[in-house]
Design a protein around this ligand. Structure first.
Ligand code: NAD
Length: 248
């Protein structure tokens, strides 16, 4: 493990273009549960019942009550953890250029990263399904479920539900970032949600070193990742940053 931490620090020290792909595991230490794995939301709910666009259109009250309301409470309270802070510092050092995140919690930006591609949109805003007005989630009155826009339309998170397309700009830019990377850090993602999980593959095919940080191995581990550092995101990033500081 120590060897891999040192190797990651050395790879980062040498790299000119570093990117990161982050998933729900990067925010677990901020108190936001993941979808899959131990304590994941899918232990409680069927994803197709609560996170598919067809379910939302059919029964917005149910999806707001089962998923979105709880998510709002959790995301409203969440603060960046050591993983987010470490990645912000990596940008400050001029090493990390872009984060592609599957998360919708805004914690990378709160930590200070300035180039964050929100691959699955953001939970920070709700949008009206009728007139497309955007309203900050923390300003939305949820005493009535589902909440409504002034025009009477139903509000929905400005995030991507299962069954919806990825915003074109996010997809296009992510591919470009993956292609240009010398090193891609892949942190806290099970890498089963497509097309996000394709980005490490694109990076690898373009010659990047792919470094996974995750307590568990994933579908990328054997074929795509150069190595997996098995551990929680915050502690692992702290240790890599300490070694990197000694090298710079
Ligand atoms: P996932 O739920 O499928 O997998 C979580 C991964 O995190 C697993 O591989 C797990 O081993 C790993 N993990 C667990 N604890 C960890 C830790 N302490 N440090 C690092 N890794 C840890 O997550 P996913 O691959 O991101 O896919 C789920 C989808 O759900 C994403 O598309 C995302 O949009 C959405 N989601 C977002 C949030 C959020 O915004 N924070 C939370 C839940 C789900």
């Amino acid at each position: 493990m120590d060897d891999l931490i040192q190797k990651a620090a050395a790879d980062l020290a040498q790299a000119k273009m570093v990117s990161a792909l982050t998933g729900a595991g990067a925010s677990i230490e901020s108190g936001i549960p993941p979808f899959r794995g131990k304590g994941g939301l899918w232990e409680k709910y069927d994803p197709m019942e609560v996170a598919h666009i067809d379910s939302f259109i059919q029964d917005p009250v149910k999806v707001w009550n089962l998923l979105i309301k709880d998510m709002k409470d959790i995301v409203d309270q969440a603060q960046p953890n050591d993983c987010h802070k470490g990645l912000a510092r990596l940008e400050e050092l001029g090493k990390l250029q872009t984060i592609i995140t599957q998360n919708i919690d805004g914690l990378h930006q709160m930590a200070g990263n300035t180039d964050v591609i929100e691959f699955h949109g953001t939970f920070a805003w709700q949008r009206c399904m009728e007139c497309n007005t955007h309203i900050e989630t923390r300003r939305v009155d949820i005493s009535e479920i589902p909440p409504h826009c002034q025009c009477g339309g139903i509000l929905r998170p400005n995030a991507v539900f299962f069954g919806e397309l990825i915003p074109q700009e996010a997809l296009w830019r992510s591919r470009q970032v993956a292609t240009d990377s010398d090193v891609m850090l892949v942190i806290g993602t099970s890498a089963v949600v497509q097309p996000a999980a394709l980005m490490p593959v694109v990076a690898k095919e373009s010659g990047a070193t792919v470094i996974e940080i995750n307590p568990e191995s994933t579908v990328l581990t054997n074929d795509i990742s150069d190595y997996l550092i098995k551990g929680p995101a915050g502690d692992t990033i702290n240790r890599i940053m300490a070694d990197l500081d000694a090298l710079l």
